[in-house]
Design a protein around this ligand. Structure first.
Ligand SMILES: [Zn+2]
Length: 418
């Protein structure tokens, strides 16, 4: 499957060398801003951008038939370099080079699933995410446009540390930060390495050993130093956080987004709303950990944490929705299989969003979180021509987003299923 995927993508890249003006036609086009379906749908594309006004005569028409045109999708929480199902100790046996190659294959799967932009938030492979982003941007390999964070910053004993080993075992602790100055230093180092944003672990996590997802991590001065220094370098900060205290402290320090946000309280949600902090909920990841038969080989300790959090996070998501916090689509792929990157749509709807809200989370809202609202996230003149097409109407059947039939990125065709 991965080879077929890569082959198709490479083939598409060779086709894209013939980039030329064209008209995309389909039975429908969904305006994600208004929720209105335009029938028929039509887009004029030239030089990688959506054009205004009527196209000149003679432009080639690509007719996608009884399909719906939509903006390319955006996942704000990926781990392209982490193979799903590696298990906790698997990382210790995998070289950084192997993980970068995993990233090449996973980038292709994600693009073919209709995701033309991702924010990759935490890769341990020696800033391999930076290299992957740049190779895709140069057009050397197929993949989504990437914003990358490098390794996530963590406290000693936190979600990003290697816990439960004898004291003589140390593995890559550059990202372990235990003072405001160490936080500033790490941000400067990460900036030097070319990241687009900083990721930190504001609480313990589910897939790590011997830490508590409910407990906050950094002290308020450490949070503040990291966020302040990131701002000085022009970088946003996103915070992994399950417990409410960590969500609140990270929010008050000024992070751009809270990842997971499982145990969010109404009072903290109010603070997030007031500050314009985004939530990136990653709903299916937790569900996937608890799938029958444990396909991703999750250790028992992590299964127990997931069982405890799952019922509470449904309430936490409802709190976020009721508070009107901007919710941006994010999956945590790498916890589960990358080809299932569209799985969260079903869960967003089953947890309380309308299908249009779920689609907006992966288009308009995600683009805003990435500060790219003027470029991607809707099909408007002047925007980058990132376009997908699905069968039927996603507003009546959200699962159609899991079967994307056509993908265009930067005005170049990537996938077209007859
Ligand atoms: Zn993650």
């Amino acid at each position: 499957m991965p080879l077929r995927c890569l082959f198709a993508c490479l083939l598409a890249m060779s086709l894209s060398a013939q980039e030329r003006p064209l008209i995309l036609k389909a039975a429908r086009l969904l305006n994600v801003r208004t929720g209105k379906l335009e029938t028929p749908g039509q887009l004029w594309v030239k030089a990688g951008r959506i054009q205004a006004g009527p196209p000149p005569a003679g432009v080639e028409i690509i007719d996608l038939g009884n399909r719906t045109l939509l903006p390319g999708l955006i996942d704000c929480h990926t781990h392209l370099l982490f193979p799903a199902g590696l298990g906790e100790l698997g990382y210790l046996k995998r070289s950084q080079a192997a993980m970068v190659l995993d990233g090449v294959v996973n980038a292709c799967k994600v693009l073919e699933a209709g995701f033309t932009t991702v924010r990759d938030v935490g890769a341990s492979a020696g800033f391999g995410d930076v290299a992957l982003r740049d190779a895709i941007a140069r057009g050397d390999i197929p993949g989504p446009r990437m914003l990358v964070a490098g390794p996530a910053l963590s406290i000693t004993g936190g979600h990003g540390d290697l816990n439960g080993f004898p004291p003589h075992v140390h593995v890559g602790e550059d990202h372990i930060v235990d003072s405001p100055d160490a936080g500033r230093h790490a941000v400067r180092e990460w900036h030097k390495r070319g990241v687009d944003l900083i990721k930190l672990h504001a609480t313990g996590g589910g897939l790590s050993n011997h830490d508590d997802p409910g407990a906050p991590s950094f002290s308020p001065p450490e949070f503040k130093a990291i966020v302040e220094e990131a701002r000085r370098r022009g970088l946003d900060v996103c915070a992994h956080a399950h417990g409410d205290a960590g969500i609140l402290e990270a929010t008050q320090a000024g992070v751009r987004s809270i990842e997971h946000g499982s145990l969010l309280s109404p009072a903290t949600a109010k603070e997030m709303k007031a500050r314009g902090t985004f939530l990136v909920p990653t709903l299916y990841a937790l569900e996937s950990i608890l799938l029958p038969g444990n396909p991703y080989k999750v250790p028992e300790g992590s299964l127990a944490k997931a069982r405890a959090i799952l019922p509470l996070r449904k309430a936490g998501f409802r709190v976020a929705l009721d508070a009107g916090i901007p919710i941006a689509y994010g999956t945590d792929i790498g916890v589960f299989e990358h080809g299932q990157v569209a799985a969260d749509f079903r869960y967003l709807v089953s947890y309380g969003m309308t299908p249009l809200q779920a689609l907006q989370s992966a288009t308009l809202v995600a683009a805003e979180l990435l500060r790219m609202g003027g470029e991607i996230g809707s099909l408007e003149p002047g925007h980058i021509a990132d376009v997908i097409a699905v069968d039927g109407d996603p507003l009546t059947d959200i699962s159609t987003l899991e079967r994307v039939r056509f993908v265009m990125k930067d005005g170049k065709m990537v996938l077209r299923i007859p």
